[in-house]
Ligand binder design. Structure first.
Ligand SMILES: Nc1ncnc2c1ncn2[C@@H]1O[C@H](COP(=O)(O)OP(=O)(O)OP(=O)(O)O)[C@@H](O)[C@H]1O
Length: 652
């Protein structure tokens, strides 16, 4: 039931979201475009489907006894709280031809973004020094690639007096449909120098240093022109676009297949998988990390400029600084897609985290798509619960780094070193911040798709921030089905495990549910080693779903497999209301939230907004914020940042 506090929260959320839209760099252009896009996708969302704020499986008694898995819908969610789901459009060849005019508009913002991304990265890395001729060639390659992918780019930017999309299209044979598009749609041609990426007086800076890394000390500080030419040429050859049967490609050499982070070439191991998964890319059993499938090659095209504030946006055309501007302090961690270092800005003394983009799989395949996607998304976002990318820098060896705000801990590491689980008020603090970050993503039509404890960072001020957007994607107007092989196994939603290709924000909410359970219990909830084992563990705990509690379940590709038949939901047994043996406990409302996050039916799973307004957050013990934690005293203290907590609970 909505309380005064809930209302206050809701009002605040709406206000902030309006503010975000209005703060786009392009002012009203961005705002209106994003709003239009949202509207379109609102229309495409699933409506009229029965929603429930209470999943039948949660019919648990406080005693912790198991109840029969059945559908008990008691709360109807107002129609405006629709799940944002992506209507999947199968990309048949005839559709491509027939519906080109219709599809070009939704596609262009994303395509603009990928071309912009390529330009950004290539421009950043080449220090914006490409000659006019080189630019023509490079951009024409992009245009041709786009054309081959049947996505005309009417927004293709002019770079430093370069060539507009129209000029390039005509000059290089472009795409026939361009004229057709222009007949129907008058689209403002945007100049990248007036975009969010540019600023007046942009000029490349090149400072080299020999203290960063012995391996990358190949050249001493060069004369800028010489350095730039060499570097520029080298990098331009590494970033180009081509198209093959899989769709858009960014990489060197014509016709080479996209590798990115999502390439098959990364898939060295293949774990036992369900039959229906065959045909999709493999995942690394060691890291539990999945590799993006074909849709990800293409999906980068869909990334639209988010409705984020401009406060910290990375100016990609500024000309990237050298990594030698930083003093490397130590290696923090190494993930699937990058090595993360702690470093100090020599000029400002600021401590940052530098994530080096891994290029080592097959350098010829070009810049990893996941990194391009991550840079694109992170550099556009501004939210207290999303890690802030300060700039992109590079070394002398074409190594590209993201300089991010430094966060002292990640949740996984923190929980491993903690002796006791988080207190309830700490869990609430962390959950609130996590949900706020996820809300920001979903409000901006981005699915994170890899929420897990190692991607949740915490700083010494108790602030939580989501990182690792390598698997993120913008959703809403997909051209192909999504791959179900996203989200690290332990946090992967059942619909993904069962092979759905139509998924929504609900997949992130499932991950949030797994994280909440882990925060409370101090250990992962479902720890499968394979997809089959993962599903099995879920079914054993939550009960085997059926068509009654999850309409559409039986149509999922994986539902035909022989799974354990467990008619009972045993979740409450894992999280009882009271315990004398030290089990993690949850009050009724805490358990209600967890159950709703772990609802089988994605349509019934709680949305981020509903979760933020859940009564658990306003019942005692409340999250408190009067402490700046630092390990080892972090343990047992509350970490919700003071100002945000005061704002959120000012009514109490
Ligand atoms: N801004 C940061 N400050 C401090 N540490 C960070 C920061 N960003 C990342 N890390 C650390 O580096 C690790 C790996 O980072 P990240 O998840 O971005 O890389 P990845 O290669 O994409 O990882 P994954 O294998 O999860 O996909 C994180 O788990 C965290 O421990």
């Amino acid at each position: 039931m909505a309380t005064g506090g809930v209302d206050l929260l809701r009002r605040r959320d709406f206000r902030s979201s309006e503010k975000e839209f209005n703060h786009g760099n392009d002012g009203s252009l961005v705002a209106s475009r994003v709003r239009g896009y949202r509207c379109r996708r609102e229309n495409g969302s699933v409506s009229g489907s029965r929603r429930s704020g209470f999943c039948g499986r949660e019919a648990w008694t406080n005693s912790g006894e198991a109840s029969k898995v059945e559908d008990v819908d008691v709360v109807q969610v107002p129609p405006e709280n629709k799940r944002k789901i992506s209507p999947i459009i199968w990309d048949r060849e005839e559709d491509r031809k027939v519906s080109f005019k219709k599809r070009v508009l939704p596609a262009t913002p994303g395509h603009e973004s990928v071309v912009k991304s390529v330009c950004q990265v290539s421009e950043v890395v080449s220090k914006c020094e490409a000659s006019e001729i080189d630019k023509k060639v490079e951009l024409s390659t992009q245009v041709e690639a786009a054309a081959a992918d049947d996505l005309v780019e009417p927004f293709l930017p002019k770079i430093s007096g370069g060539f507009s999309s129209e000029e390039l299209l005509h000059q290089y044979g472009g795409v026939q449909q361009q004229d057709q598009v222009n007949e129907d749609v008058k689209i403002e041609t945007r100049n990248i120098l007036t975009s969010r990426w540019a600023s007046e007086g942009d000029s490349p800076q090149h400072v080299s240093d020999d203290v960063w890394n012995a391996d990358s000390r190949r050249s001493s500080t060069p004369e800028s022109g010489e350095f730039q030419r060499e570097d520029s040429a080298g990098y331009r050859s590494a970033i180009s676009c081509s198209d093959d049967e899989d769709g858009f490609h960014i990489g060197s050499g014509s016709g080479s297949r996209c590798s990115g982070s999502g390439s098959r070439s990364r898939s060295s191991k293949r774990e036992p998988s369900l039959d229906f998964m065959d045909g999709y890319d493999s995942r690394d059993a060691r890291t539990n990390q999945v590799y993006c499938g074909e849709e990800d090659d293409d999906e980068l095209l869909q990334i639209e400029e988010p409705a984020a504030s401009t406060s910290h946006r990375v100016n990609m055309l500024q000309g990237c600084r050298s990594v030698f501007e930083y003093e490397k302090l130590n290696k923090i961690n190494e993930g699937t897609y990058g090595i993360v270092y702690k470093a100090k800005d020599k000029k400002s003394g600021e401590i940052v985290a530098l994530k080096k983009v891994k290029m080592d799989v097959n350098k010829d395949d070009g810049f990893p798509l996941s990194s391009l996607r991550e840079i694109n998304i992170l550099s556009s976002f501004s939210h207290p619960s999303i890690v802030n990318v300060k700039e992109v820098v590079m070394d002398d060896d074409d190594g590209v780094y993201m300089a991010m705000e430094y966060m002292e801990y990640d949740l996984k590491g923190l929980m491993e070193t903690m002796k006791e689980p988080f207190s309830v008020s700490e869990v609430k603090s962390l959950m609130l911040q996590l949900l706020e970050g996820v809300k920001y993503l979903h409000d901006n039509w981005v699915l994170h798709r890899d929420l897990k404890t190692s991607n949740i960072l915490i700083n010494k001020d108790g602030e939580l921030k989501i990182c690792d957007f390598g698997l993120s994607r913008q959703y809403g107007s997909p051209r192909k089905p999504y791959t179900p092989l996203v989200v690290t196994l332990w946090y992967r939603a059942p619909e993904l495990l069962l092979g759905t290709k139509e998924y929504s924000t609900a997949i992130d909410m499932w991950s949030v549910g797994c994280i909440m359970a882990e925060l409370v219990a101090k250990e992962p909830l479902f720890r499968g080693k394979t997809e089959v084992e993962q599903i099995d563990k879920i079914f054993r705990t939550l009960g085997t779903p059926n068509e009654t509690i999850w309409p559409g379940f039986s149509k999922l590709p994986g539902s035909k497999a022989k799974f354990v038949k467990n008619p009972y939901n045993l979740l409450r047994r894992k999280f009882p209301a009271t315990s004398f043996i030290g089990s993690p406990v949850l009050t009724d409302s805490g358990f209600d939230l967890l159950s709703k996050l772990l609802a089988y039916d994605p349509e019934k799973r709680i949305t981020v907004e509903e979760a933020l307004n859940h009564r658990w957050f306003v019942e005692a013990p409340l999250p408190r914020s009067d402490f700046k934690p630092s390990l080892p005293v972090l343990q047992g203290k509350n970490r919700y940042p003071g100002s945000r907590l005061r704002e959120k609970f000012s009514h109490l």
